[in-house]
Every structure is written in structure tokens, then in C-alpha cells.
Ligand binder design. Sequence first.
Ligand SMILES: [Zn+2]
Length: 128
Amino acid sequence: MAGRLLLRACTATTLHLRSGVAVRPLPRAMSTVRGVPTDEEQATGLERRTLQALKHGKDPYSILKPKTYAGTKEDPHIVPGIGNKRLVGCLCEEDNTAIVWFWLHEGGAQRCPSCGSHYQLVHHELPH
Ligand SMILES: [Zn+2]
């Protein structure tokens, strides 16, 4: 009986008992004044650090779509690397089935030996 009464009290906005005493329903956990918490409010650990970095315009884990570059000498394709050289594969034309592989060294922009697109190695710190 008491359980059924409590269930009715939770579903109705106000329950009036026979004696004239009004009983208000218990507030639900997610129906607080502030509403449902956002991802930023409830994120912890690595997810929280990633959201804070994204807010400042950084992408420490490369989860965003990479920016497109023209591939010219003035706007080379940026290749992040942790060392002083990195192996790069260039798909010279859109429907090519063969990839042209070459070593990209630290310093200025280098050209693909096949198509001539420019690539530049930029030092990238890995997040911890
Ligand atoms: Zn190429």
C-alpha cells in the first residue's frame, strides 16, 4: 500500500490525501534546476583534456579532419613527425592505384619525385 502510494506521488504533480495534506513528488535526479549536464560538465580524464584543447583550437590527438593544402611551394602539405624524417606516400592523382613512397626530411619543403607536390615535415609533440 505504501509503495503504491509513493509511486502515485512520484507520477502526479501533487497528491492530496484524505486529511487535506498535500504531498509533493520527489524531484528526479536529472530534473534539477540546471537540467541535463553537458559533455563538458561531465567529462573526466582524457576526454576532458581533449575537449579543453579543442576549445582553444588545438587538436592534440588528430581527431579533426586535417586541413587541406594546395601542395605548392608556398602552401606545402604539412606532415607532422616526431623525428627528423618520415616516410610519406603520395597518391599523385586521384584515381592512381600505385603510391609513390619517399623519405621526407626536416627542413624546407620537398617535392614528390613523381608529381611535384610539395611536402614539409613539422615537428609534432605527442600528448602524454
Ligand atoms: Zn606525388
